[in-house]
Design a protein around this ligand. Structure first.
Ligand code: AHR
Length: 502
């Protein structure tokens, strides 16, 4: 059995988590909206057309923030098409994904849905085919109380109260050659600055996210961030990051090492932000919005065969297996370990499209990746501790030395502590030891484990609990020393509770 050690000191914290670290994403893409969150006429929907079963699962996830309406979709989006009486809205070709957008679900429906789901909106503006003025008009429509053309228009659409959206993305993946309206870093940085300035003149309380690179593998990575930040540093609050991982080669060890790549990506973007601050001689910090992250590859072949110009096709419908859940668990640990600088993160996406929640006309179910996301969102909030992980490791082709263990420790409050840990070893269990004598009076309340003998096992509508967590881990906290057995290929969550708090 392998041995690992976790060292921590309760005086040394990374920082408090921002609730928005557990966000997600709904794009007008595939069946995320139509047939996902919205299906009028379905017996599973309420009078507004919102799928009740999906709402219940989103609430279960306790999602603080949902990015909307894209993604690549936003680069061709005219927000005016999506408001007003539904019968008068125009269907349009949606070029980013090669489909038809009916516009039957739009901004106001989304705001209403977000309220029902207990979440908030992170709104993206189109800086690809539209510009500063349209972004300002959209903000005016959403956030001003009334008495101006666009805010009155909202009132006339039946929404007297402003949507009061606090967080705005200035475009999407503008570095990507696939993006409609793709720009050079300088073109985009200037536009982001001018648009952001006008938006903040209108509503100084909003926060803005500028586009960083679409992934660490972009040839322009680094130079893009530097140029964009030099143009808009004083205007924006966050820089975005996106990253998806795939296991095309069916090499599980290599695939699971990707959290190491994510960790390096975050550290490098932090450095790029701080270098831009240094060039400006400013103490103002730009933090990170990791607003698209996930595993994405299972649906690639099926998507190539899709007919163009249909509506709400089965697009990007990855069916996630057990090893995907392990990596998603590790990615969440990585995000938590950077909670000092990563303030916003969005699991991309939320329903049907590369998502933890799937639907059919007869029900909704949880994919494997639902579980690590659920537990991180429920129990990952609080003060993230600085932990030194001493673990055996292996050599990965792409990421170099990769630890078998990913782990993070969170003080949720004075009476509850949570440890998340992933053992990536496919063959061996691992004993994890941690000296917790500084936390007197705690006991292990539960040790939840997610594992499966078949790394390719999936959850389906017919068998939704094939990969399902159990409270059955073996761990002990004795004389202040924690010993946890982490089964081979397992995701684990230990919750420690102060005895008197029960
Ligand atoms: O999430 C799916 C797509 O991935 C988004 O539309 C785009 O931003 C990214 O490339």
């Amino acid at each position: 059995m392998k041995q690992a050690q976790l060292y921590l000191d309760r005086h040394f914290a990374v920082g408090e988590t921002d609730d928005r670290l557990f966000g997600s994403f709904i794009e007008h893409l595939g069946r995320a909206v139509y047939g996902g969150i919205y299906q009028p006429g379905s017996p599973l929907s309420d009078e507004r057309g919102f799928r009740r079963d999906v709402l219940a699962l989103v609430r279960e996830l306790n999602v603080p923030l949902v990015r909307y309406p894209g993604g690549n979709f936003v680069s061709g989006f005219c927000w005016e098409d999506s408001v007003g009486p539904a019968a008068e809205r125009r269907a349009k070709p949606e070029a980013a994904w090669g489909v038809i957008e009916s516009n039957q679900f739009g901004l106001n429906e989304f705001s209403t849905w977000a309220k029902a789901a207990g979440t908030s909106t992170m709104m993206a503006v189109n800086l690809a085919t539209r510009g500063t003025l349209e972004a300002k008009n959209l903000l005016e429509y959403c956030n001003l109380p009334g008495g101006t053309y666009y805010s009155d228009l909202r009132c006339s659409h039946g929404f007297a109260a402003p949507h009061d959206i606090k967080l705005w993305c200035l475009g999407n993946e503008m570095d990507g050659p696939w993006q409609i309206g793709h720009k050079t870093a300088y073109e985009y940085g200037r536009l982001a600055n001018e648009t952001g300035r006008l938006m903040k003149m209108l509503c100084p309380e909003i926060e803005l996210v500028a586009c960083g690179s679409s992934s660490l593998d972009m040839p322009t990575f680094g130079a893009w961030e530097s140029t964009v930040l030099d143009e808009c540093y004083d205007t924006v609050d966050y820089l975005s990051m996106h990253q998806y991982y795939a296991n095309h080669e069916k090499d599980t060890a290599e695939f699971l090492a990707a959290s190491q790549g994510m960790d390096r990506f975050i550290s490098q973007v932090v450095s790029l932000c701080d270098a831009a601050a240094a060039r400006r001689h400013t103490t103002r910090k730009i933090n990170l919005s990791f607003d698209e992250w996930n595993v994405w590859y299972h649906s690639a072949e099926a998507d190539k065969k899709l007919e163009r110009w249909c509506q709400a096709p089965h697009q990007l419908e990855d069916v996630y297996n057990f090893e995907d859940a392990l990596l998603v668990g590790s990615m969440l640990i990585t995000l938590l370990r950077h909670a000092d600088r990563v303030k916003i993160a969005c699991l991309a996406q939320l329903v049907n499209v590369i998502a933890p929640i799937m639907t059919s006309d007869t029900g909704a179910w949880r994919q494997t990746i639902f579980w690590p996301y659920y537990y991180a969102s429920r129990y990952g909030r609080g003060r993230v501790m600085n932990t030194l992980v001493e673990s055996p490791s292996y050599e990965s082709k792409k990421y170099g030395d990769a630890a078998y263990l990913d782990a993070v420790f969170v003080e949720n409050d004075a009476d509850t502590l949570t440890l998340f840990a992933v053992n990536k070893d496919m063959d061996d269990d691992m004993t994890l030891c941690c000296d917790l004598r500084q936390y007197a009076g705690f006991r292990v309340a539960e040790h939840i484990v997610l594992t499966h003998d078949d790394r390719y096992a999936v959850n389906t509508e017919a068998a939704p609990d094939t990969v399902c967590p159990v409270n059955g881990g073996v761990s002990e906290l004795k004389d202040g020393r924690l010993t946890a057995r982490l089964g081979r290929h397992s995701w684990n969550m230990l919750r420690l509770v102060r005895a008197k708090a029960e």
